[in-house]
Design a binder for this molecule. Structure first.
Ligand code: NAD
Ligand code: UDX
Length: 463
């Protein structure tokens, strides 16, 4: 089967970058990314590719190269479904906020809507690719919807989870550790797998393309995220012990990371992991385990999230305690709001929870983030429903200049590891702060010795 047209439903952090790279690497395939969100599609089509809705290093250049040639962003969902031979589903699968499984299970309503839409529109055989992260055995539900409401056409469902990390999405897509494709074990299923393998083989060497059955592929994605998050919670658990014992968590991480069985990556102690995936996917895993009655399995993984919540709360408690047990009317300058550097994404960022705690203590929070707008910051706080929007707006001041943000502050808190924070003129910041001038480095990126020499009271994580 020669592929000429691909459609992707969902123009978000995964659909957008992934399809841009497929279009760049496969100029012979027309790639159309569709979304119900008109504003988002409009931004993807902005004449100036610096204004596309997602900030990722290198992405705007790829979009500039492929857009209008063989990469299209559109709200015409039905047309794109109708024309494509392969349809990627890359819609959001957030944690359920209602009903059975509330706060734990993945909400699959957007997935189901896509399946029903495809069933309604498709008039010829299609390959449906699960790009979203889904509970194991979701392909079964999708197949059932397609087979029962379709127009008698054949659908093959593949699972092709995405492993990109935000901030490095383009590099991860161009040079992935592996591509995972799960499909049905039947002859037709194996043929469909081969079709998708050939798309990726345009730039990924075949020994990195792994094919499995559908269930292994679906479960591998949840497992990978659980293992990654578990490393962070493990090192964060040690950071608290380090603070009590005089050990330094950076030294401990280096020492254990040199053991090739452990490895050195993903061992940075921090104020806690954020992002749209880790917490959501682990809670989903916990829910699935419980639904099979596997309570010990569920409890084991839930502890990763419990530890992460503890780490965030510990950070805000420590600020209050260190500032003489009160931050009421004190100015706390936040450097960073994004959940990690090099992204404008703030979903589940530790900064949101730390700010919420400190506002409860009546602190004034002054935020500077190079890529996050005031509107987004306030929306993040409003989402927690801790207080009214007006109260949130009164408690948050934003500047697009870090020096202004830190002026007259009682403390600076580093919440995101943006490179630029390291380069600042810290003497200048110190001179304009209240004394004693405190720094709470939630990312262990600043130079403790140099800052203490200037006069700061410095506290990192785990040292
Ligand atoms: P996102 O919220 O940024 O994008 C999803 C998009 O889908 C939205 O723009 C939404 O409007 C659109 N959408 C929802 N229902 C639709 C419908 N019926 N028709 C058309 N458009 C629809 O989400 P994301 O971060 O791109 O994540 C998508 C999936 O990929 C999730 O399952 C997530 O777990 C997974 N994932 C995310 C990442 C990441 O780093 N963000 C990495 C790997 C996997
Ligand atoms: C993650 C997975 O890495 C990726 O494979 C998957 O596809 C989506 O989820 P992402 O959430 O975008 O990617 O970023 P990641 O680099 O994993 O960081 C997640 C959070 O963990 C961030 O808040 C980051 O700051 C934090 N982190 C990461 C640490 O605190 N310490 C570390 O050592 C690494």
């Amino acid at each position: 089967m020669k592929i000429t047209k691909i459609c992707c439903i969902g123009a978000g952090y995964v659909g957008g970058p992934t399809m841009a790279v497929i279009a760049q690497k496969c100029p012979h395939i027309q790639v159309t990314v569709v979304d119900l969100n008109k504003e988002r599609i409009l931004a993807w089509n902005d004449e100036n590719t610096d204004n596309i809705p997602i900030y990722e290093p290198g992405l705007s250049e790829i979009v500039a190269e492929a857009r209008g040639r063989n990469l299209f962003f559109s709200t015409e969902v039905d047309k794109a479904i109708d024309e494509a031979e392969i349809i990627f589903i890359s819609v959001n699968t957030p944690t359920k906020t209602y009903g059975k499984g509330k706060g734990m299970a993945a909400d699959l309503k957007y997935i189901e809507l896509c399946a029903r839409q495809i069933a309604k529109i498709a008039k010829d055989n299609k390959i449906i690719v699960e790009k979203s992260t889904l509970p194991v055995r979701t392909a079964e539900a999708i197949k059932s919807i397609l087979d029962n409401t379709g127009n008698g056409v054949q659908f093959q469902i593949l699972s092709n989870p995405e492993f990109l990390a935000e901030g490095t999405a383009v590099q991860d897509l161009l040079n992935p550790d592996r591509i995972l494709i799960g499909g049905d074990t039947s002859v037709e299923g194996q043929k469909a797998i081969q079709v998708l393998v050939e798309v990726y083989a345009n730039w990924v060497s075949e020994n990195k393309i792994l094919t499995t059955n559908v269930w292994s592929s679906e479960l591998s994605k949840l497992t990978a995220n659980a293992f990654l998050a578990q490393r962070i919670s493990s090192i964060n658990a040690m950071s608290e012990l380090c603070e009590q014992t005089g050990a330094d968590v950076n030294e401990v991480a280096k020492a254990i990371g040199m053991d090739s069985r452990i490895g050195s990556k993903f061992l940075k102690s921090s104020v806690g992991f954020g992002g749209s995936c880790f917490q959501k996917d682990i809670l989903n895993l916990v829910y699935i385990a419980k639904s099979y009655g596997l309570n010990e399995v569920a409890d084991y993984w839930e502890q990763v999230v419990i530890m992460n919540d503890h780490q965030k709360r510990r950070f805000s408690n420590n600020i209050v305690q260190t500032l003489y047990n009160t931050v009421a009317d004190k100015k706390i300058a936040f450097l960073g709001w994004a959940f990690k550097k090099d992204t404008n994404d703030t979903r589940e960022s530790a900064a949101i929870y730390v700010a919420d705690d400190l506002i409860n203590e009546q602190a004034k929070i002054v935020v500077y983030d190079p890529k996050v707008s005031r509107r987004k910051i306030l929306a993040d706080l409003d989402y927690l429903e801790t207080r009214t929007s007006e109260e949130n707006a009164d408690s948050i001041i934003t500047f697009d200049n870090p020096y202004l943000s830190c002026e007259k502050a009682h403390a600076v808190a580093v919440l995101t590891e943006w490179d630029e924070f390291v380069q600042y003129d810290w003497q200048k910041i110190y001179d304009n702060m209240q004394k004693p001038a405190f720094i709470f480095d939630g990312r262990n990126i600043l130079n403790k010795v140099a800052l203490e020499k200037i006069g700061f009271v410095y506290q990192g994580i785990g040292n």
